[in-house]
Design a protein around this ligand. Structure first.
Ligand SMILES: Cc1cc2nc3c(=O)[nH]c(=O)nc-3n(C[C@H](O)[C@H](O)[C@H](O)COP(=O)(O)O)c2cc1C
Length: 358
């Protein structure tokens, strides 16, 4: 069968051998927020993906919200990531770094007792994952207008560090209810300054971050992840279609490597998501589109065949199948992911999923 997924694609300057992307996956195996040698083994095992997008990685200590998640804001972290990019490149893979600031999805336990920051002082419903167990979210502190430029600079510096660490590009994490998403949505952004209110104002922070990292990488090596239908992390918006269509119109002028859309998940629909049709987003955006969210091989082939996406990212399937590309090619059975070992731990459920034997 003629496979769309196995057809090469050019993303930015890179000629990728297939359209099978490893989705960003937080695995909480980076003690002291530093990448480890075990992580290099894990990513290298998955290097046959057309593109690997790394787990979400903090741009600054303020951006931390989960234990044992890596950062890219100090030398030790850059050195750790360098080993990972080298291991992936040694196997002819490509890897982008996902840049992350959690905003309100954090806890004072990560910040010497200080409050996490957000567009507005609105607590998410739910619990933070702290080094001392689950604790109810607190009401965050609303960022002052003049603090925002400092965070833009943190993104720029993290992007420079990613370049030093040998990545092939970066993905701005503006999905799943973290800081940049919190600014986009009117459920979490009640600001009255130039970062709140109108569509233009709510999109401003993300566009400033995009401009900053593009100065480091050039636009063709920068991607952006959005979850327009997402409800994760207690996200709401009175009219998501309008803000996201507006935003995509603004992003068109950059000529980015790609836009990465997280489709509505079953959990979003259960939470009453205001689902935005992929067709609407495809129409609004001019460039390369990666989609993600509950895809198997059949649906992924279909979404490309229908012209709705150019490539597909797989999350849980990549956790369990380091050789997903080869398995798809052979229509081989897939390993089942084990959710118990998703977050934290050691080799088990991380680097010990079997590959097809030769
Ligand atoms: C264990 C786990 C960790 C995740 N970590 C991240 C992350 O760091 N950044 C991100 O943007 N999405 C993250 N996600 C979401 C996935 O990238 C993906 O959008 C989601 O799993 C849906 O795709 P799937 O059905 O193919 O798994 C994570 C999902 C899982 C299951």
């Amino acid at each position: 069968m003629n496979s769309h997924l196995q057809t090469p694609i050019k993303i930015g300057p890179y000629h990728l051998p297939n359209r099978i992307v490893m989705a960003p996956l937080t695995r909480m195996r980076a003690p002291d927020n530093s990448p480890t040698d075990l992580m290099a083994i894990y990513y290298a095992q998955r290097a046959s993906a057309g593109l690997i997008i790394s787990e979400a990685t903090q741009i600054s200590p303020q951006g931390v919200g989960y234990p044992a998640t890596p950062g890219i804001h100090n030398e030790l972290q850059v050195a750790g990531w360098k080993k990972i990019t080298e291991a992936v490149h040694a196997k002819n893979g490509h890897i982008f770094l996902q840049l992350w600031h959690v905003g309100r999805i954090s806890h004072p336990d990560f910040h010497d007792g200080q409050l996490p920051v957000a567009p507005s002082a609105i607590a998410p419903d739910g619990f933070a994952v702290t080094p001392h167990g689950m604790k109810p979210f607190v009401t965050p502190r609303a960022l002052e207008t003049d603090e925002i430029q400092g965070i833009v600079e943190n993104y720029r510096q993290a992007a420079k560090n990613a370049l030093d660490a040998g990545f092939d590009g970066i993905e701005i994490h503006s999905a799943n209810g973290y800081l940049l998403d919190q600014f986009l949505r009117d459920g979490t952004n009640k600001r009255t300054d130039r970062y709140g209110g109108t569509l233009e104002n709510r999109a401003r922070f993300l566009l400033e971050v995009t401009e900053a990292v593009v100065t480091v990488w050039g636009s063709e090596r920068v991607g952006i992840r959005l979850s327009p239908s997402g409800t994760f992390n207690d996200m709401t918006d009175s009219d998501p279609e309008t803000i996201f269509v507006y935003l995509l119109g603004q992003l068109n002028r950059f000529g980015l490597a790609y836009l990465h859309i997280v489709d509505a998940l079953e959990s979003d629909i259960r939470h009453g998501a205001n689902v935005i049709n992929l067709e609407v987003l495809r129409k609004a955006y001019n460039g390369t589109l990666i989609v993600c969210g509950g895809y198997d091989q059949t649906r992924a082939e279909q979404v490309i065949a229908q012209g709705m996406a150019d490539a597909v990212a797989f999350g849980q399937l990549y956790i369990a199948n380091p050789d997903l590309v080869e398995r798809f090619k052979l229509n081989a059975p897939l390993n089942e992911p084990d959710p118990v070992t998703f977050y934290g731990g050691n080799e088990k459920g991380y680097t010990d999923y079997p590959v097809l034997t030769d």
